[in-house]
Design a protein around this ligand. Structure first.
Ligand SMILES: Nc1ncnc2c1ncn2[C@@H]1O[C@H](COP(=O)(O)OP(=O)(O)OP(=O)(O)O)[C@@H](O)[C@H]1O
Length: 622
């Protein structure tokens, strides 16, 4: 708010300085005409120099305050834009290309400089100075004033005629620029894939085409701008000729004195100049206006993080809450079918729920609903009986420990990445979390926990990235809800067993929702929910029947559908490692070896209970 006030103040000073400098032209012309005609003495030259000096000072003031205005407006817009992008949530954000957003927030908004420092002050000058000049001309010479009065409107009329196409042309140019930025970033990120598939050269051709499209759009914009300048210059020059020729003739005929003639000749161009300048600056500022339009379109998009209605956001309930979905349907923009359809589900406090089902079934969407990343198209999500739409989402998320399906690592130190959700965590806390996530490899990195991770974790293996992301979740001991999206994907058997054990430990006393494909992870849940094509098709609670081997019912719930590639198999509880965090530098207990020896589902064959028994027997016989 304070920033907005100061921007307004700076803009007012800019406009005032521009208008004042414009009006001083009248005094300058008056003095110059007097000095040149000999009406004023040489002393008037000092006054003339003074006026020129004041005009220079005003131009400097205008430049300084215009710069401050532009910086203030751009910074405020960038802040709001970034805030909005944060609030949009991943689902809506996915509709925008990162490169286009980068172009918009960077180079795009920089285009506003021309609008704020040039076009806006020129409007103020064009509104005041020609009128003042006309008034003075009427007082000096009626015939010339009438000619100026008649010809002056031609400039805005012709300017508007040319300018009508400007907006469309500049918008096309900005679109081409955004597309170029978006495509370029996409290609740079995907270079390894493109090279592997032999498409790098082809993409270079595509970039050339997109750049060509941008070049021709820019040339079109420039053509319109030059045409506009030509028309306005021509118009102003002809109008001036209409004023100057009769003045010359009347001067020769003796019907006009030299001072008046000089004054009219000096003042008349000043009537046209502000309008011409406005036209030129209009073209220069249009790219910034197109960028601002694009920025406002993003700002106007409904975010997912705003509580509905005018009520203040409610604080999330304390302790491990109950999570309830009531007839929830989720439709993503641009998709016909629903990602989740009429789903009703209650997850009790401290309950551990595994979400299973084939790819694309809607499991991650369900997690994102609880996170508040996506909003239900129909139905509602309740946390501890309070609608998520009424909750303070920042406070709610502070209570969550979340591992995303594709965790993002920042180009910061390993420790910084792990303590992302717990900035006050000490290095010991970070080490403990890393040990629980079985991320012992960090100690072997060149600078240990201070090693700077490449952009998006580029210098780490996929499994190492996953373990750092897990450590991030483990570094939030205050969290009362665990939301894990395939936390053991990309882990080897040994690490998986340890992470499952640590997860079991962490889930104790918390509400946990875990998207899982692997049997070991599924088996630690109290309840297994199978999601298929956006619907819950089975919901199995852990059996209390002691005659049944543990996990049997889970295996049944997790049984693959026709499309499933993996056949998850329950690993009996007694074969899991103890439910305690295993220090990364220690050898995991012997059970891990069993887990490590287990053929993984991706090995082609889904292991059954017998496999485990065989491996154990072989192991013990040695
Ligand atoms: N941002 C999005 N925009 C549009 N459609 C989406 C978006 N995210 C997911 N979908 C669609 O919603 C459906 C459910 O996706 P979701 O990611 O929830 O499945 P999933 O069960 O988690 O799959 P997986 O096991 O492969 O991670 C899919 O058809 C997917 O294509």
């Amino acid at each position: 708010m304070r920033a907005e006030r100061s921007v307004r103040r700076h803009l007012t000073v800019t406009m005032a300085a521009a208008v004042l400098a414009g009006l001083l032209v009248l005094v300058q012309a008056e003095l110059l005409a007097g000095v040149l005609s000999g009406r004023f003495t040489a002393v008037a030259l000092a006054g003339l120099a003074g006026v020129v000096g004041v005009r220079a000072l005003l131009a400097w003031t205008q430049g300084v305050f215009a710069g401050r205005t532009a910086t203030g407006v751009k910074s405020a817009l960038r802040h709001r834009l970034l805030g909005r992008l944060r609030d949009l949530g991943p689902a809506r954000l996915a509709a925008h290309r990162s490169g286009e957003l980068v172009t918009l927030t960077g180079r795009g908004l920089d285009g506003l400089d021309a609008y704020l420092t040039g076009y806006l002050p020129s409007i103020a000058v064009a509104a005041v100075v020609p009128v003042a000049v006309l008034v003075r001309l009427f007082a000096a010479d009626l015939a010339s004033a009438v000619i100026v009065l008649v010809t002056l409107p031609l400039i805005p009329v012709f300017g508007a005629l040319v300018g009508m196409t400007t907006k469309a042309v500049t918008e096309r140019q900005f679109l081409a620029l955004s597309r170029l930025g978006g495509h370029f970033l996409d290609v740079v990120r995907g270079l390894p894939t493109l090279r592997a598939f032999g498409r790098a050269r082809y993409q270079a051709t595509v970039i050339r085409q997109v750049a060509d499209a941008h070049r021709s759009a820019t040339m079109r914009t420039l053509r319109v701008a030059f045409l506009s300048s030509l028309v306005l210059e021509l118009c102003a020059s002809l109008s001036l000729a209409l004023v100057a020729v009769p003045i010359g003739l009347r001067l020769l005929g003796g019907s006009l004195d030299l001072t008046t003639a000089l004054l009219v000749l000096l003042l008349a161009p000043e009537a046209y100049l502000p309008l011409r300048a406005m036209g030129t600056r209009f073209h220069a500022s249009m790219e910034g206006v197109a960028a601002a339009d694009a920025a406002f379109a993003v700002l106007d998009e409904a975010g997912d993080d705003e509580p509905d209605g005018v009520r203040p956001a409610a604080a999330p309930p304390g302790g491990a809450p109950e999570i309830r979905l009531e007839n929830v349907t989720v439709r993503y923009p641009g998709r016909d079918g629903a990602a989740l359809e009429n789903v009703s589900l209650t997850i009790g406090p401290r309950e551990r729920v595994a979400l299973v089902g084939e790819s694309g079934g809607g499991k991650s969407t369900l997690l994102h609903l609880v996170l508040g990343f996506v909003r239900p198209s129909e139905g509602r999500v309740l946390v501890g009986g309070v609608d998520l739409r009424e909750l303070d989402l920042a406070a709610w998320r502070a209570r969550l420990a979340f591992v995303a399906q594709r965790p993002h690592l920042f180009a910061a130190s390993v420790a910084g990445n792990i303590r992302l959700g717990a900035p006050s965590a000490t290095l010991d806390d970070v080490r403990r979390a890393a040990a629980a996530a079985h991320a012992g490899f960090v100690a072997d990195l060149p600078e240990g926990y201070d090693t700077v991770v490449g952009e998006r974790g580029a210098n780490l293996s996929a499994g190492q990235r996953q373990r750092i992301a897990l450590a991030r979740a483990f570094c939030r001991p205050g969290a009362s809800v665990l939301l894990l999206d395939e936390p053991t994907a990309r882990l080897d058997g040994r690490s998986e067993a340890a992470v499952v054990a640590a997860t079991a430990d962490l889930a104790e006393g918390r509400t946990a929702v875990i998207v899982a494909h692997r049997p070991a992870m599924i088996d630690l849940a109290d309840r297994v929910i199978r999601v298929h094509e956006g619907r819950i098709v089975s919901d199995t609670t852990h059996s209390t029947d002691p005659s049944l081997p543990p996990g049997r019912d889970h295996a049944a719930a997790a049984l693959p559908g026709p499309e499933d590639e993996e056949a998850p198999t329950a690993v009996p509880k007694d074969r899991e490692p103890p439910a305690a965090a295993i220090p990364a530098d220690e050898e995991p207990p012997g059970r891990d070896e069993v887990a490590a020896a287990l053929p993984r589902p991706e090995d082609g064959e889904a292991p059954g209970r017998d496999h485990v028994a065989v491996v154990r027997r072989e192991g013990s016989g040695r």
